[in-house]
Design a protein around this ligand. Structure first.
Ligand code: SD4
Length: 329
């Protein structure tokens, strides 16, 4: 088959457009899945299982991050650390290759917020539901209401935090010693991006947000364009870290835009991080923010503001591998 095609091309003396497209398509590295932090390795295993059976990127990114939602984690799912009032509230978002997207924010007592986000996308005319409305929708859609309790670890972390808690939000939050800054032990948000064997992309993100946040606080993770973004003709991106700053720059959409302008995924992520440094100046050293991205060819990259960010990559060449991201500070 391949040989006869080559002979046909040789006879023509040039490569017709339709064959060129097919040839280029064969150099695309797909399927591919990338997710944030060390927990991404376990989430990728599930996502790859879906992708390697010819499943969709959308199913892969939903089922992949559900693994993390089920795990004991500081920052994902119902076992995560609570807000300053002792309540765990969750944010999640999902986006497919047709610009369909759905998200939930400030959602309590539901084990898999990512699946509620998908239902928002598929079953409602809206993109985002929050708080009691999101909970009402979840329960009406058949999701089980879980007990309103903290895991033993979260309870212990909360009690320790309460001892010194002097949380007084001010506009200049970086001067506040008790503002819940992102550090290695309050990190784990999982963001996942994938392309399936049909070349369709999807992204997801799920988190409990910052530990000991103000009640009602919502980060970047459920904000389409900040936490995740997909443009199937270009690529996709997702972020983790101090969500307020990713919202400020529309991080994930910005990265997809940079890729549209011709930057590699790695340089696109780096440029978004540079933007944060440009606007935060000296304060940037107190922030962690990181991004992952890939483009239509399956080329990938990641970049962080600070040392310590890892992302997990799975494609047919690398298998499942954890990568230390380059960083700027
Ligand atoms: C947030 N971006 O709520 C999330 C936190 C995070 O790893 O990524 N933590 O701001």
């Amino acid at each position: 088959m391949m040989n006869s095609r080559r002979k046909f091309i040789n006879k023509l003396g040039f490569v017709p457009f339709f064959l060129k497209t097919a040839a280029n398509n064969s150099t695309v590295i797909k399927p591919i899945v990338i997710s944030t932090w060390d927990a991404g390795i376990r989430a990728n295993v599930k996502a790859w299982e879906v992708l390697s059976k010819g499943g969709s990127a959308l199913d892969a990114v939903e089922q992949g991050v559900m693994v993390t939602e089920n795990e004991k984690s500081c920052c994902v799912g119902l076992q995560a650390n609570p807000d300053r009032d002792g309540k765990v509230t969750l944010d999640a978002s999902i986006m497919d290759h047709h610009f369909n997207c759905g998200s939930v924010a400030f959602l309590p007592r539901i084990k898999h917020p990512i699946s509620v986000a998908r239902q928002v996308m598929e079953k409602t005319p809206h993109v985002m539901l929050v708080g009691s409305g999101a909970l009402q929708f979840a329960v009406q859609s058949g999701f089980k209401l879980e007990p309103d309790t903290l895991s033993p670890e979260a309870q212990q972390h909360y009690e320790t935090w309460l001892k010194e808690s002097l949380y007084k939000p001010t506009p200049n939050i970086e001067n506040q010693t008790n503002y819940p800054k992102v550090s290695p032990n309050n990190h784990d948000t999982i963001a996942m991006i994938a392309m399936d064997s049909f070349g369709n992309m999807a992204a997801s993100c799920t988190t409990s947000g910052m530990a000991f946040k103000m009640s009602g606080r919502v980060g970047d993770s459920p904000i389409i364009g900040a936490g995740i973004y997909v443009d199937n003709n270009i690529g996709c991106a997702a972020g983790t870290g101090q969500g307020e700053d990713s919202i400020r720059i529309g991080g994930s959409q910005r990265i997809v835009h940079y890729m549209e302008q011709g930057l590699s995924p790695k340089l696109a992520c780096k440029k978004a991080i540079e933007k944060i440094i440009a606007i935060k100046k000296e304060q940037a050293k107190n922030i962690q923010l990181a991004y992952i991205a890939f483009n239509k060819k399956g080329e990938y990259g990641g970049y962080a503001l600070q040392k310590g960010f890892t992302f997990a990559l799975y494609n047919k060449h690398t298998a499942n591998k954890l990568i230390d991201a380059p960083f700027l500070i």
